[in-house]
Design a protein around this ligand. Structure first.
Ligand code: ATP
Ligand code: MG
Length: 211
């Protein structure tokens, strides 16, 4: 059953790509809102392998990011998590994610979900022309980022923008808080708070001993 309780002849599937380092409530609200507005049958969260735009920083290992994504989405019957990107060797490009999804779901209508901060970059993504042919793109509002589709130069037929409840949460801020020992409760789901603490994620590396 879809987000609005319907049965569709053609499956309507959202794809929520991200580093999810860690997954937070901004990601979950984005997926939930797009699922509702587009009456999706499911949203597939796809944690990236090696994210191409984050090669300059240490990203938490893929298994931890995958498990946190599973924990965060487990209670929603319309949310699932895919390993396609973390199991594919090398750097993650969204075009590969989309090709894999098309192969897995040859007849579905695919909707790729992104935040407003990502829209200006889309035209520079690998094989952008092919992306528009595989999925419809849905940009969601994000505090601090204005969307201008004309300026972004994206094909207006292929990209929509919708307003969602504003959550000024980023993984960067959650990591910074965890490192500083500040609370992350209610920014990420409870299970993710506990996973971070249980596995000591985002802790400052111990100062190296001198001498
Ligand atoms: P980082 O700070 O490490 O980049 P992030 O919070 O931006 O993390 P990502 O994993 O980079 O999270 O984002 C995955 C997707 O979710 C992107 O399309 C991003 O724009 C979107 N997104 C992230 N946070 C929000 C938010 N608070 N509101 C709306 N969209 C969001
Ligand atoms: Mg980001």
């Amino acid at each position: 059953r879809s987000a609005r309780g319907n049965y569709h002849d053609v499956m309507r599937i959202g794809i929520m790509g991200g580093t999810f380092d860690p997954i937070h409530n901004g990601h979950l609200v984005a997926a939930s809102e797009v699922a509702w507005v587009y009456d999706l049958d499911k949203v597939i969260f796809v944690p990236t392998g090696r994210p191409v735009f984050k090669l300059d920083r240490n990203v938490t290992n893929a298994e931890d990011r995958y498990l946190m994504t599973v924990i965060a989405t487990a209670s929603n019957p319309n949310f699932v998590v895919s390993r396609v990107d973390i199991d594919r060797p090398g750097v993650t490009y969204t075009i590969d994610t989309l090709r894999d999804m098309r192969t897995l779901y040859p007849d579905a209508e695919l909707f790729f979900i992104t935040g407003a901060d990502v829209i200006p970059q889309l035209m520079r993504w690998k094989d952008a022309e092919e992306m528009w042919g595989i999925a419809h793109f849905v940009g969601v509002s994000r505090p601090g980022y204005e969307v201008n589709l004309h300026k972004a130069g994206v094909p207006l037929r292929s990209v929509d923008v919708i307003e969602i409840p504003a959550l000024a949460i980023s993984s960067t801020d959650v990591r910074r808080r965890a490192e500083a020992g500040e609370p992350v409760w209610y920014l990420v789901p409870d299970g993710v708070v506990q996973y971070i603490s249980k596995h000591g994620l985002y802790r400052r590396p111990p100062a190296s001993k001198e001498g």
